[in-house]
Design a protein around this ligand. Structure first.
Ligand SMILES: [Ca+2]
Length: 91
C-alpha cells in the first residue's frame, strides 16, 4: 500500500520534473506511458486532451496533483467495480 502511494507521487513528480503541475504534453506522455493498460484511447492525443480538460477543475490548462488524484481515484473506482462484477482484469 505504501509503495503504491509512493508510485503515484513519484510518477507525478517525474512527469512534472518536480513541479506542482503537469503541462499538457507531460500529461499526454504520462497517460500514454503509464496508463495504456487501464484506459482506452491513450494513443489518441485528442482523447487524452479531452480527459485533461475534464480533470482541469481550475481551467488553467495544466493538471495539478489534486486533479491528477481525481484521475487515479476514477481509475481505482473503475477497477474495483470490474473486480466486484467478477470480471477479473489479469493486467
Ligand atoms: Ca488545473
Amino acid at each position: 500500500m505504501e509503495s503504491a502511494i509512493k508510485t503515484i507521487i513519484t510518477t507525478f513528480l517525474g512527469s512534472s520534473k518536480g513541479g506542482e503541475n503537469l503541462s499538457g504534453s507531460s500529461f499526454q506522455k504520462l497517460v500514454k506511458n503509464q496508463l495504456g493498460g487501464l484506459m482506452e484511447d491513450t494513443n489518441s492525443s485528442s482523447a487524452v486532451k479531452e480527459m485533461q480538460q475534464g480533470l482541469d477543475e481550475n481551467n488553467d490548462g495544466k493538471v495539478s496533483f489534486q486533479e491528477y488524484l481525481t484521475l487515479i481515484g476514477y481509475l481505482a473506482n473503475n477497477m474495483s467495480q470490474r473486480k466486484t462484477e467478477g470480471n477479473q482484469d489479469t493486467s
